[in-house]
Design a binder for this molecule. Structure first.
Ligand code: NDP
Ligand code: MG
Length: 383
């Protein structure tokens, strides 16, 4: 018989970088958690292997044909499409939803989790960028959100040192990506160069976003909504070693930081065990060995993408949706070598200028429509 105190997990994006690391963490914590379901886009063979290795009770693939193929390989129910994914999220047997889907595709499943009053552990940041005000509203009914993104996990941990009203500033650290310290022409950068992150091994999209620093723009907007702090009180500090994962400054000018070696298994595990802590098999941080931690201001002229966060927060969630959608298309055009690295930031800026923003707090349908219109606009302009 199933132990009632076991928490049941739906893992969305199980085949990705965060998804596979979450499976690794869960595998060591079988006394506390049980994997209820796994979800991916179309990776039939990886999902089939994960079903055999980790024994979830249900699975879903976004892609219908891939879901049919998986059905033929396994005995467990396989659902498909957004409806299938959302029905797994809403399943009464599920206690915790881990959202590790990449990009805007994580929006509706993440929102469904909060609306069904689940605990949502979110690596996906795009959902808060596009609809942060809707998530905050939906949380009033009882669901809660624990961030997996390392900076926001650090902010959560540091924020526990004081009260919300005592917070003066959220200071997000950024590695600066592979080009911060390099004298390199941004028009000549290849996908291979941009994918080589100095400290973290991540999915392709977020690796490119780290190189342009648009990832930090997304994280500023994510922090604004997750911590309910206005954008004037959120800043970015370049810290190339990625040891300090972010800091909270309180009204007495105390700054509280969270430090550890860069390894996503720690924020994933902390989100699972929050507010408790458990042993984690990552390497111990030895500051005497590291010796030097350095800090720099962001050179916004080289990384204009970062300034779009403040602009989007001023204009409202439809602008943040435009910036995010334009970046998703621009990154895929760059990866297929159709545009230059410098074009990514140019395209986001041009898209932000193109659209009008008369509603700061749009409904979800308006957000989804604007996301689609932006993608179409970018693809038409840069075929
Ligand atoms: P990956 O590209 O490695 O993985 C993406 C996952 O999402 C895959 O499992 C993919 O399935 C699935 N997926 C994509 N589209 C859909 C869809 N429409 N429906 C269902 N599943 C879908 O991404 P990452 O793991 O790097 O990133 C995931 C999220 O976590 C992003 O929002 C990212 O910003 C955030 N994040 C990532 C970090 C990292 O270290 N990687 C750090 C902090 C945040 P399939 O394999 O079938 O295509
Ligand atoms: Mg991050």
């Amino acid at each position: 018989m199933m132990n009632k105190s076991l928490k049941r997990i739906a893992l969305l994006g199980s085949t990705g970088s965060i998804g596979t690391q979450t499976l690794d963490v869960l595998h060591r914590m079988q006394d506390d958690f049980v994997l209820h379901s796994i979800v991916a886009f179309n990776e039939v063979n990886i999902l089939d292997k994960q079903i055999k290795d980790f024994h979830p009770s249900k699975a879903a693939l976004f892609d219908n044909i891939a879901a049919e193929k998986l059905s033929a390989l396994t005995n467990i129910p396989v659902l498909s499409g957004n409806e299938g994914i959302i029905s797994l999220v809403e399943d009464p047997e599920v206690d915790i939803v881990v959202n590790a889907i990449a990009g805007a595709a994580g929006l509706l499943p993440g929102l469904a989790a909060i609306r069904a009053n689940k605990r949502l552990l979110s690596a996906n940041k795009e959902c808060f960028v596009m609809a942060g005000h809707i998530f905050r509203d939906a949380m009033k009914n009882g669901g809660d959100i624990i961030p997996i993104d390392s900076e926001h996990s650090a902010l959560l941990q540091a924020s526990l040192a004081g009260k919300h009203k005592e917070i003066k500033e959220l200071i997000l650290t950024a590695s600066g990506g592979p080009f911060f310290n390099k004298d390199i022409d941004f028009n000549t950068i290849t996908p291979e160069q941009a994918l080589a992150h100095p400290n973290w091994s991540m999915g392709q999209k977020i690796s490119i976003d780290s190189a342009t620093m648009f990832n930090k723009a997304l994280e500023i907007i994510e922090a604004r909504w997750l911590f309910d702090i206005p954008s004037e009180q959120i800043s970015v500090l370049i810290h190339p070693q990625s040891i300090i994962h972010s800091l909270v400054e309180f009204n007495d000018y105390s700054q509280i930081a969270q430090l550890s070696l860069p390894d996503m298994r720690l924020p994933i595990q902390y989100a699972l065990t929050y507010p408790d802590r458990k042993n984690c098999p990552i390497d111990k941080l030895n500051l005497a060995e590291i010796k030097t931690l350095t800090f720099h201001e962001v050179p916004v002229d080289r990384f204009p993408a970062i300034s779009y966060a403040y602009k989007a927060l001023e204009l409202g969630s439809l602008a943040a949706t435009v910036a995010n959608a334009a970046d998703e298309i621009a990154v895929s055009l760059f990866l297929s070598e159709k545009i230059s690295f410098a074009d990514i930031s140019r395209i986001i800026g041009a898209a932000l200028d193109h659209f009008a923003y008369d509603n700061s707090y749009p409904e979800i349908d308006e957000i989804i429509l604007r996301d689609r219109e932006t993608r179409e606009w970018v693809m038409k302009k840069y075929p």
